[in-house]
Design a protein around this ligand. Structure first.
Ligand SMILES: Cc1cc2nc3c(=O)[nH]c(=O)nc-3n(C[C@H](O)[C@H](O)[C@H](O)COP(=O)(O)OP(=O)(O)OC[C@H]3O[C@@H](n4cnc5c(N)ncnc54)[C@H](O)[C@@H]3O)c2cc1C
Length: 387
């Protein structure tokens, strides 16, 4: 195996401490959380108390000033263990960065320390029943009133952490006639009159991850809750585009870690399982299949590690991040399918980690921009036109 050079000793020490946290606070409960359809709220508080949320935020806002690689370690560990109910990545490395990068000082002071402590759970609501890939087609509106506040109307769907969320970054049109240029981001808090949560959606996988519908019926959002203040009105789409490379890379990071875990489980399983008087691992088909998968995962890991270096240097471009997202999530699904096959009927039983990982993997090709949209982005970067 090619030695990884991405992490230093501090990152690896952090990996150990986060593993211990998962063993104590997540592993004993995750199966029950899958059955109830959401993680207990307490795990957010426990993570906050232990400094495992929003680590890359500056200390002044409750973070640890940690470089992004600590978050990469955390994502890898969650994916490796198959704890797909844990939405820390979206909270810490998608929601918080929007506020850090675009928020006013008042917004940073109000929200970031509470996200870092786990007092607030964060979500981001872009997708709507009729607008997923086509984000410019968002129908939710936030119309500025005479007193400067915004009247928010619309509905969102498929929102990760939506049911637990205390703070939701909502994508809405402040100027419905202006297309992408009329899009803004609003900070909507739990309890604002007119903001209701719909049902938690039942999913193929990621069963402990709460994924909800959100409804906004004449929600009066104070002027202070427009992300970045009035100067950022109409600039929401630009913010979304700027944040995409890191968001997409996060999917690739978890894809590679999950795929590696699946190979490791399968190596072990096939060495233990005996059929026709020999282990499944002794069949040439098994050995070649696993050799091929390990080769591809190694290639993916080297590519993703390079992308991680680039993101730390602020140099990861959108097309390359899209390549990582599409290729690694496709690979993850292929690895899960072939590893499940090598488990035989046991691979179809929920009690086996490969079964859960197979179900969890499928959405990675869909969210964060579908893999078809990734190919649109890549081909556009090649000067091939398209959307
Ligand atoms: C578990 C889960 C969690 C999610 N979490 C969030 C979240 O936290 N926040 C959030 O805002 N959203 C979230 N989403 C939504 C997700 O981002 C969207 O589902 C995704 O972007 C696709 O949109 P859609 O479902 O409307 O599919 P559609 O846009 O209707 O796509 C249907 C099909 O058409 C294809 N297609 C669309 N446009 C093109 C094109 N131009 N060229 C070729 N093919 C095309 C797609 O690739 C797809 O195969 C989540 C979704 C899931 C399932």
């Amino acid at each position: 195996m090619i030695e990884r050079t991405l992490f230093n000793a501090d990152h690896e020490a952090f990996r150990d401490s986060f593993r211990k946290f998962m063993e104590k606070e997540i592993a004993p409960h995750h199966e029950a959380w899958e059955e109830q359809g959401y993680v207990d709220r307490a795990v957010w508080s426990r993570a906050g108390e232990n400094g495992f949320l929003c680590m890359s935020l500056p200390e002044a806002y409750g973070g640890s000033d940690a470089d992004k690689l600590y978050s990469v370690v955390q994502m890898e560990e969650i994916a490796r263990a198959g704890f797909s109910g844990i939405g820390f990545g979206l909270h810490s490395e998608i929601v918080a960065p929007y506020i850090l990068h675009y928020g006013t000082e008042q917004q940073k002071n109000r929200y970031l320390p509470r996200l870092a402590s786990g007092e607030m759970v964060g979500a981001i609501a872009m997708s709507e029943p009729a607008a997923g890939s086509d984000l410019q087609g968002v129908k939710s509106t936030a119309i500025r009133q005479a007193d400067g506040s915004y009247l928010l109307n619309g509905s969102k769907t498929f929102i990760t952490n939506g049911w637990h969320a205390d703070l939701v970054i909502v994508v809405a049109k402040t100027d419905p006639g202006a297309g992408a240029k009329g899009t803004s981001l609003l900070l909507v808090e739990r309890g604002m009159p007119g903001f209701e949560k719909g049902k938690r959606l039942k999913k193929l996988g990621m069963k402990a991850q709460d994924t909800s519908e959100l409804f906004f019926d004449n929600v009066k959002v104070p002027a202070d809750n427009l992300l970045g203040g009035l100067a950022m009105e109409g600039r929401g789409f630009i913010c979304l585009m700027e944040q995409l490379p890191w968001e997409r890379l996060q999917i690739a990071i978890s894809a590679v870690a999950s795929a590696q875990a699946a190979i490791d489980w399968t190596v072990q399983y096939t060495k233990d399982r005996k059929v026709f008087g020999q282990t499944v691992a002794q069949f040439q088909n098994t050995r070649y299949t696993l050799a091929e998968l390990q080769t591809e995962v190694q290639v993916a890991r080297v590519f993703v590690d390079k992308c991680c270096e680039l993101i730390v240097q602020g140099k990861l471009d959108t097309a390359t991040a899209s390549m990582a997202k599409y290729w690694c999530s496709d690979l993850q699904c292929k690895v899960m399918d072939e590893c499940l096959q090598l488990h035989g009927g046991y691979g179809y039983m929920w009690e086996y980690p490969i079964t859960r990982a197979y179900a969890d993997a499928r959405v990675q090709r869909i969210y964060g921009g579908t893999n078809e949209i990734m190919k649109e982005v890549i081909s556009r970067g090649m000067g091939l036109g398209g959307r």
